[in-house]
Design a binder for this molecule. Sequence first.
Ligand code: FAD
Length: 317
Amino acid sequence: MKVTQHIKRAKGKTLFSFEILPPRKGENVNGIFEAIDPLMEFNPPFIDVTYHREEYIYKQRENGLLEKVTTRKRPGTVGICSAIMNKYGVDAVPHIICGGFSKEETENALIDLDFLGIDNVLVLRGDAIKSEGKFVPDPHGHAYAVELMQQVLDLNKGKYLHEEIESGATNFSIGVAGYPEKHFEAPSLKSDMKYLKQKIDLGAEYVVTQMFFDNKKYFDFVDKCREAGINVPIIPGLKPITTLNHSTILPSIFHVDLPDDLVDALDKCKNNNDVKEVGVEWCIQQSKELMAAKVPCLHYYTMSKSSVIKRIASELF
Ligand code: FAD
């Protein structure tokens, strides 16, 4: 079922959902099930599975020189989605990205997802390769999420890259990303919003936000979206802070600010256990306020570790 149908069915009740990462290459799928199992009691109607582009690693050759090798450290998004649907009977929402994929590879992945009965895709650009500062599109791929979206929409009309097959139309519902604190490359929030609106006008049915730690940022973002004519559900994404280094790592990776009160509370923590208590309590309070504002769904970034998310969800669902 489509994410938007789940939201409609809930009739104003806030849903619970979360995102997991495919296991690192060589790790067992059971690790993913162990992360999901404790969260199933909160009835997530859908679970997102991230997609990861390639990375460069350096291998030492016999002659001592280093060889640059391309590898994907977390493959398996499509398989994990299928495993989730089989095991739990809930919808899996694969993320699909432009970075590192040709249009042909994307088409083949979408065909697989369609065969598996997957109804939703979260369409994203993806980030730069870790060791590179700037996003570079695949020479045969897409530069922006909106272009990838167009490919999915074409497939939804039976328009494949090289053929038109009327009976072969897919029926993916498309979600896209939103940034309450602006995407870091956008010159202004207004500019970022213009491109978000472009995706909605083209047919994206809902937005999932980047994590934020100050609900005001989310509420302001929703207001601005509504003013701009973006009227689809805007699902807030939340992540609890659980380690001391999160307070510097998260702002640098995700380009988000922490509110002063949270920073002050974290500064008083002596160890990661203290931090976890502060982070979990903060996330519970954020979630409660968002729920009171009747957001369609609370979507948690689990990083495939569910114990803290279970603590938070237990207070809310
Ligand atoms: P886009 O919409 O392409 O926007 C990128 C930038 O270009 C923005 O600054 C935008 O303002 C601008 N822009 C957009 N369209 C145009 C245009 N037509 N012309 C000029 N400028 C334009 N990354 C992963 O690799 N895998 C994941 O699974 C993943 N999951 C995510 C889930 C969520 C909920 C979020 C919020 C992010 C996720 N990301 C993931 C990270 C995401 O890929 C990055 O934030 C990426 O840098 C931007 O993706 P986007 O889809 O917002 O890009």
